[in-house]
Ligand binder design. Structure first.
Ligand code: APR
Length: 388
């Protein structure tokens, strides 16, 4: 079957769904092709905080009500150093710019609903999605539907929103992109549990290693535990997890609950430059991955989608190609800024606790860096600005 549309979006994660909704609002025709089922996409639990700028983006495009209704503002952090709590008011220090607590699966579910309610074309279980002719003026994307029918969609532009392992970046010829990779030298075990959420996002710095607890809805928490890179999840039985969390978070009475997911997170970063090849634009994880420290992954994906939507609207509706031409440069500025922040924060949170990671001298430096956040207004504001 042959069809034609202005933009084909590959992938329906936070990046693809944000872009689809914004293009719909701009009156730009698009179709979204997703490999997984709707249920799978709506149940995938990952990020949990939408930055202030992300919330503003949805509001500016008239999606504030449908996407953010009923979500709560998050502005305070707790950092527990050797079991001693300290509170950091991000929202106040960032001039009132508070993020919103929105579990990714809630955001994704709402974006799907909003897009479909507006008459959007979202095709799940699309197999063998393949872009063609990206370096020419008339690209196409082919895929096979669940009935085995092969579709070919002609388009003006392709948006690669298919994550780190997707087909979009893999379709770019070798050598056309410069890629940067960085390993942080420690691993994280992430645990999802039906345990009461903490009042504020909680970071624990302790000689036994870093730990954290974040809300994922009122009755669920995501925990993180520093572990050796390449650690085996099998070595982390439930009892060991709770014992280490109690120790590192300095809370002997930490409420527990059934563990619903245990995963090893690779603390790896990746950036592709440029985030474009011909008529293909790479968006979100397809172009860059970042560690969860600082909560920037989903927010970078949403920010990219905002820049691309404005560029496509200008190119297709106003005949102005300049914002689209600047897409990669505009996004990469933010990507590198947040990579630096995430690395800076990760180094501080890990090295201030575990002296075996970087040695006792670096441990003292990391503690001085942390101390500065509570003693210097300028340092606190700089941190809050990046966090918000
Ligand atoms: N064909 C079609 N769809 C695909 C293909 C393919 N070949 N490969 C992957 N996909 C789909 C995946 O099934 C997924 O739904 O693309 C989507 C990519 O979504 P994400 O991996 O969530 O990437 P993105 O939208 O960029 O969001 C990135 O969100 O969860 C946070 O912190 C996380 O950094 C991450 C951010």
């Amino acid at each position: 079957m042959r069809e034609s549309i202005e933009v084909v979006i590959i992938g329906s994660g936070p990046a693809g769904l944000t872009l689809a909704n914004l293009l719909q609002r701009a009156g730009v025709g698009c179709v979204v092709l997703e490999r997984q089922s709707r249920t799978y996409v709506e149940q995938r639990q990952r990020a949990g905080v939408l930055e202030h700028d992300g919330a503003r983006l949805f509001e500016e495009w008239g999606l504030g009500e449908s996407v953010l209704a009923g979500t709560t503002a998050g502005g305070m952090l707790e950092i527990r150093l050797d079991g001693q709590p300290r509170f950091f008011d991000v929202a106040a220090l960032a001039g009132g710019r508070a993020g919103r607590i929105v579990p990714q699966q809630v955001l994704v579910g709402r974006l799907i609903e909003a897009f479909l309610a507006g008459g959007g074309d979202l095709r799940f279980e699309a197999a063998e999605v393949t872009p063609h002719g990206l370096d020419g003026s008339a690209p196409t994307v082919t895929y096979r539907d669940t009935a085995g029918v092969v579709h070919e969609i002609a388009c003006a532009y392709v948006a690669g929103c298919d994550g780190f392992h997707g087909v979009s970046r893999a379709s770019v010829p070798e050598g056309a992109l410069t890629t940067y990779t960085y390993e942080h030298g420690y691993g994280w075990l992430t645990v999802l549990a039906d345990a009461p959420a903490p009042y504020h996002p909680l970071f624990g710095i302790h000689p036994a290693g870093f730990a954290a607890q974040f809300a994922r809805g009122p009755g669920a928490s995501r925990f993180y535990l520093e572990c050796a890179p390449g650690a085996d999840v099998g070595e982390w039985g439930d009892e060991r997890i709770w014992e280490q969390l109690r120790l590192r978070l300095g809370d002997a009475g930490l409420p527990t609950g059934p563990i619903t997911e245990k995963l090893f997170v690779e603390m790896r970063c990746f950036v592709a430059d440029p985030m474009r090849y011909g008529r293909l634009f790479l968006v979100g994880d397809a172009a860059h991955i970042i560690t969860p420290m600082g909560g920037k992954g989903m927010n970078l994906a949403i920010a990219d989608a905002g820049v691309l939507a404005r560029g496509l609207r200008a190119a297709l509706r106003e005949g102005d190609e300049r914002p689209l031409a600047a897409y990669s440069e505009t996004c990469l500025k933010r990507v590198w800024d947040h990579q630096e922040f995430s690395r800076w924060m990760g180094e501080m949170m890990h090295e201030a606790g575990n002296a075996t990671l970087a040695g006792p001298f670096r441990r003292q430096l990391a503690r001085a860096r942390l101390e500065r956040l509570f003693s210097s207004d300028a340092a606190a504001r700089a941190f809050a600005d990046l966090m918000a």
